[in-house]
Design a protein around this ligand. Structure first.
Ligand code: NDP
Ligand code: 2IT
Length: 452
């Protein structure tokens, strides 16, 4: 029986749709997980009786709040902020904060749901949460961003804490924003604790946290390729995005002998057929984090590269693809184009960048496909290590942390193989493996607690 045709799943998903109107990303994320969990729990009665998946797909709570701030022209601006605390069965809620105009409650619910499985996969004690606002940092001055972050934390501080809920960065939230939010938390509460991760090194941050998501996504790619006796060395890779995850994915790829050839932002993408060197990648990091510019500027600096406005990079022939921008950036047609052009492995640096049609196309083609909840878990894993360092009031060395990250990505890969390999089929279903391995730990903890 095809996974999506399981008798009870239609009814379950109808319920999810009805209860979450206008939240298609959330329904999509639940559907992707349910397709694997329903067959897995078929003969495990206690998971049915205790309605485990139904309960994970209902956030523990969603806090929604007003965020007022004053812009540089003294206009009063009003934004909406949220924190979705999805599930804390295996540890305090943990997950990033996103500032982007596309943020809605439904988007944050999908991200907090995904985070629950991802955090479980890391093997560290972290539950799932996500927060954010529809605030658009683009074009805002430093002081506007600071005032917004302070106002956001002026409400958020009531809902978070080092043993309660520990936010971090995501799209539009990097070291600068974490600094402003941590400063405000400390000011309001008079407590210096590990309430946020992704902090600056001077005030409790961890080495490797900035690099961890992108590095981890490429390490996961390398693990998948090694599993079939291959490697990333000498391979051309298309990358989307040009932020934290994309630039560090490119960096790790170069370190391992691969050749990244594209970056993108919401306006278009650049293609550099000669390959993005460490020097070019550093230039992009500076462009995005310090000068806050657009990726189009790359072609003025580096001759030989081209820019395509309004397009995504999936039509560029490649061996590997690492979508590192945002959700649903690869549809069914994009996935078919990648496969047709010879792409043999995809590692999702972003959260749910491939839509359900795209996932199906990759599976049909039998290429290696790592879902975000496994492939990009390196970021939150090093956040977990930052929490440990904060609790112990210690700082570990770069070598130690890189080696811990490498070990965690390897173990996540092994868990996916354990639950995603089917007898008679040679290819590992990494989506199924990640969903089941992530689910099992959370589900068993929930069973231990009874009905709460
Ligand atoms: P950044 O803000 O550093 O970069 C985001 C990048 O994606 C930018 O290039 C941005 O372009 C582009 N982008 C954002 N929204 C869109 C959109 N709607 N359409 C096209 N391009 C878009 O964020 P991160 O690199 O941190 O995050 C990227 C992805 O990785 C997200 O899906 C995030 O959830 C995921 N992730 C991040 C982790 C982390 O540790 N930071 C951990 C795990 C996953 P522009 O400048 O035009 O907005
Ligand atoms: O999606 C993610 O895993 C993140 N944005 C990082 C979360 C974290 O707590 O480090």
């Amino acid at each position: 029986m095809a996974r999506a045709d399981h008798p009870d799943i239609e009814k379950f998903l109808e319920g999810v749709k009805t209860r979450n109107p206008g939240q298609p990303e959330f329904v999509q994320a639940v559907q992707e997980v349910a397709q694997d969990i329903f067959p897995f729990i078929q003969d495990k009665t206690e998971y049915h009786e205790y309605q485990i998946l139904r309960r994970i797909a209902e956030p523990d709570r969603v806090v929604s709040f007003r965020v007022c701030w004053e812009d540089d022209e003294n206009n009063i601006r009003v934004q909406r902020g949220w924190r979705v605390q999805n599930n804390n069965s295996i540890g305090p809620y943990k997950g990033g904060i996103r500032f982007h105009p596309t943020v809605t409650e439904g988007v944050l619910k999908f991200l907090a749901f995904e985070q629950t499985f991802k955090n479980s996969l890391t093997g560290l004690p972290m539950g799932g949460g996500k927060g954010g606002s529809n605030f658009n940092p683009r074009g805002k001055s430093e002081h506007e961003v600071m005032r917004f972050c302070q106002s956001f934390m002026t409400e958020l501080f009531r809902h978070v804490g080092d043993d309660i809920d520990v936010p971090a960065g995501d799209i539009g939230v990097g070291a600068r924003e974490i600094g402003y939010m941590f400063g405000q938390y400390k000011r309001i509460t008079n407590r210096f604790t590990g309430v946020l991760t992704g902090k600056g090194l001077e005030y409790g941050g961890s080495l490797i946290r900035t690099e961890a998501t992108g590095y981890g996504a490429i390490l996961f790619m390398q693990n998948m390729l090694e599993h079939i006796g291959d490697s990333v060395e000498g391979k051309t890779c298309v990358i989307s995005g040009s932020g934290n995850v994309a630039t560090h994915a490119a960096e790790k790829l170069v370190q391992l002998g691969g050749k990244p050839v594209t970056f993108s932002d919401s306006d278009g993408f650049i293609h550099d057929p000669e390959g993005l060197t460490l020097e070019k990648i550093d230039w992009v990091k500076d462009l995005k984090t310090n000068r806050r510019g657009r990726i189009a500027e790359f072609v003025d600096e580096f001759k030989g590269a081209s820019y395509q406005a309004g397009e995504r990079p999936w039509g560029i022939p490649c061996d590997l693809a690492a979508p590192c921008a945002t959700q649903n950036e690869i549809n069914g047609d994009d996935a078919k184009t990648l496969v047709k052009n010879g792409c043999l492995a995809v590692s999702e640096g972003a959260n749910m960048p491939t839509d359900l049609h795209g996932v199906e196309a990759f599976k049909e083609a039998g290429i290696l496909f790592a879902p975000g909840k496994a492939a990009n878990a390196g970021g939150v894993a090093v956040s977990g290590l930052e929490m440990s360092q904060n609790s112990a009031r210690l700082s570990w060395s770069e070598d130690e942390l890189e080696s811990l990250l490498g070990g965690i990505m390897k173990r996540i890969h092994s868990s996916c193989v354990e639950y995603g390999a089917s007898s008679g089929e040679s290819a590992v279903d990494y989506v199924k493996g990640a969903n089941i391995a992530g689910f099992k730990k959370v589900a068993d903890a929930m069973l231990a607690y009874g009905v709460v």
